[in-house]
Design a protein around this ligand. Structure first.
Ligand SMILES: C[C@@H](O)[C@H](N)C(=O)O
Ligand SMILES: C[C@@H](O)[C@H](N)C(=O)O
Lengths: 164, 164
């Protein structure tokens, strides 16, 4: 299908926090996000993949400004959600390809992943929406990732920007 | 902040496929999605969370029609991406809350997760974008999930619909 990749965006103001090996049962996700809401912490990405032996990890991103406060808060509620461990990493950036009409992400995704791989940029997390594929990478690779994605998708200077 | 949740969408035509414990090094994601693209398989969600001992799981969703073909293909390339196992589940649905101005997902997410928990609906996967929070649940809960989310966010009859 004719996919129109219209831009590359990046966000260097993110930090990720993961709660490891929480029980995969109803109510756990609610127990994690309610205190964050009450503390007025802005959450951007939320990612959870399938579980193993009824446990899974949940990761979310916050602004770098909120990182220390959010990490402290989540560590305090770790017991309530029976998390084995709570870990964080502020040295990340989110790099995204945006394109309307991505009925399938496979084609654009494979090009995006290939280009990052050629530069030795490891993909730490992936999340998609109808019009977007986002990868979390080490913050040191932000400019390189944006540059090679821009070239791969033949984008103009104006098609790159910080995520609003 | 004043979040406008404008709708609830659902998609009962999804099936998920996971490659388990792939090495977390550049190139693996590209090796997985290139053959899917070449086979013309439409991929919707792609989710990868953080890794443990340099390995991680990658999950993606396809249409129920493509499920058997996609699962067979991914099992064939499992060795190439050093996956410990390839598993799938066609009995899923994606249920999403859509809202412009969600500067933070935390508030809407915690209400969404709470409402699903009260009905005993387990959240199998989570993925977000700027305007959307999507949860993968057992397909048998689709209508119940949509009904209780519709009520929680005070939406009108027209604000519910199948994902386009
Ligand atoms: C892990 C967490 O998402 C859990 N499955 C829940 O429904 O809350
Ligand atoms: C697991 C996979 O995403 C790997 N990190 C890669 O960059 O391809």
């Amino acid at each position: 299908e004719k996919v129109v990749v219209s831009g590359v965006t990046y966000n260097k103001d993110e930090a990720k926090i993961s709660v490891l090996r929480v029980p995969d049962r109803p109510g756990i996700a609610a127990l994690l996000f309610k205190p964050l809401t009450e503390a007025g912490i802005n959450v951007d990405m939320i990612v959870q993949n399938i579980s193993h032996d009824s446990h899974t990890d949940m990761t979310f991103t916050v602004t770098k400004t909120d990182y220390k406060r959010a990490l402290k808060l989540v560590k305090e509620i770790g017991d309530k959600i029976e998390a084995k461990e709570v870990v964080g990493d502020p040295n990340i950036a989110k790099v995204s390809i945006v394109g309307a009409g991505m009925r399938s992400h496979a084609g654009v995704a494979s090009r995006m992943f290939e280009v990052l791989a050629q530069e030795g940029i490891n993909i730490m997390m992936i999340s998609t929406s109808e019009i977007k594929i986002s990868c979390v990478v080490d913050i040191k690779y932000t400019e390189l990732a944006v540059r090679v994605l821009h070239k791969e998708f033949g984008l103009g200077k104006d098609d790159i920007g910080e995520e609003k």
